[in-house]
Design a protein around this ligand. Structure first.
Ligand SMILES: N[C@@H](CCC(=O)N[C@@H](CS)C(=O)NCC(=O)O)C(=O)O
Length: 300
C-alpha cells in the first residue's frame, strides 16, 4: 500500500523557491471542512506558503492538463498571483493516495491549506480565495459577475455530455495503464465507454453542433460587451472578458476550463466548437495569451 508521501511533486509554482514540508504521512481520518482561519489568510501571497493544489494529469509524473475543473483553480491562482505547490496526479493516484490524505470520494482540484485542511471543489476554492486574498475581489468583482460565473459553472454541466462524448475515448488513450483501467471500468463504465468509442461521424458531428449551439449563449453576451465598447459606454480597445471586467474573473476561468477539456477531442472539433463564433474565438485567443505558456504548454 502506498502512503501519502507517494504523491510526487510535479511542479513548483511558487516564486520564492522554497519547498513545502510534507504533511504527516499517516492516513488521515476524513474530516469536515474547518472554518476559514485568519492564519491562512495572511499566507496568501506570491510565495508558496503551505498551499498545495492537487490537480489531474494523464499518468504518474505526467504534465498533460485536461481537467476542466482544475483549470478553473489554476486560473484563479494565477489571477491573484498566489504561489503554490502543484501536484499533478493520475486518476489512480487521486483514488488511492489523495483519498488517503483527504478522504474517500475526493475530487480534484483540491487545495491544501497551510493548516493541513482542504478545500475540495473549484467553486469553494474560488470563494475561499475571494474571502482571504487582498485582491480576491478580482475573482468576483461584484454580485452580477458572481451570478454570471455561477451560471457558467452550471452551464459547463450541460456542455459536458456533448464535449465528453468526443473527448472520453481520446483521453482514455492518453492515460497510463492503471488509470485507463479505472477510467473505463469504474469512472465511465464499460458499456458507456464502448458506446462512445463506437460513435459514427454523424453522431460525433451532432455533439459538435450541440456544443457549438449552446456556446451561442456566451457569444451573444460577448457581442453585447463588444457593442457597449463600440458605443463608448465602457473602455474599448482591450481584451473583452466574459463579464465585462478589466481582467479575467472566475466567470472566464469557468468557461476556459471547458475549452481546455475540449482540446482532447482534437483540433478539428475544438475549432468547430469554439472558433466559429467570432467573439468567442477572440476570447479564447485572449485567454490563451493571458494564461501564457506556463499554463498552455500542458494542454492537450
Ligand atoms: N465539483 C468539482 C468537480 C470536480 C471533478 O469532477 N473533478 C474530477 C476531475 S475533472 C475528478 O476529480 N475526478 C476523479 C475521479 O473521477 O476519480 C469541482 O468543480 O471542483
Amino acid at each position: 500500500m502506498s502512503s501519502a508521501t507517494d504523491l510526487a511533486e510535479t511542479k513548483h509554482a511558487g516564486e520564492d523557491g522554497s519547498t513545502l514540508e510534507a504533511p504527516p504521512a499517516e492516513p488521515q481520518p476524513q474530516r469536515p471542512q474547518p472554518p476559514l482561519s485568519t492564519k491562512t489568510s495572511r499566507s496568501l501571497s506570491a510565495s508558496t506558503d503551505g498551499l498545495v493544489l492537487f490537480d489531474l494529469t494523464n499518468e504518474v509524473g505526467g504534465t498533460l492538463a485536461f481537467s476542466p475543473h482544475c483549470m478553473k483553480s489554476i486560473i484563479d491562482l494565477k489571477l491573484l498571483g498566489v504561489g503554490y505547490e502543484r501536484q499533478r496526479l493520475s486518476f489512480v493516484q487521486v483514488r488511492r493516495d489523495l483519498e488517503k490524505r483527504i478522504g474517500q470520494g475526493v475530487t480534484v482540484p483540491s487545495l491544501e491549506l497551510s493548516d493541513g485542511s482542504h478545500l475540495t471543489d473549484s467553486w469553494k476554492i474560488a470563494e475561499y480565495l475571494e474571502a482571504k486574498h487582498p485582491r480576491g475581489f478580482l475573482l468576483f468583482p461584484n454580485s452580477a459577475v458572481k451570478s454570471y460565473a455561477a451560471s457558467l459553472n452550471e452551464f459547463g454541466k450541460l456542455l459536458a455530455p456533448h464535449i465528453g462524448a468526443l473527448t472520453i475515448p481520446q483521453i482514455a488513450q492518453k492515460l497510463d495503464e492503471p488509470s485507463r483501467e479505472y477510467f473505463i471500468d469504474s469512472k465511465i463504465g464499460q458499456a458507456r465507454f464502448g458506446r462512445l468509442s463506437g460513435l459514427g461521424e454523424e453522431e460525433k458531428e451532432g455533439h459538435v453542433q450541440s456544443a457549438k449551439k449552446m456556446l451561442g449563449i456566451v457569444e451573444s453576451s460577448l457581442a453585447c460587451e463588444a457593442a457597449k465598447a463600440d458605443a463608448g459606454s465602457v473602455q474599448s480597445g482591450g481584451n473583452r472578458w466574459l463579464a465585462g471586467t478589466e481582467l479575467p474573473s472566475h466567470a472566464d476561468a469557468c468557461l476556459f476550463g471547458w475549452y481546455c477539456y475540449t482540446r482532447s477531442a482534437g483540433d478539428a472539433a475544438t475549432r468547430e466548437i469554439w472558433f466559429e463564433h467570432e467573439h468567442l474565438k477572440k476570447w479564447v485567443k485572449d485567454m490563451i495569451q493571458w494564461c501564457g505558456p506556463e499554463i498552455t504548454n500542458d494542454l492537450i
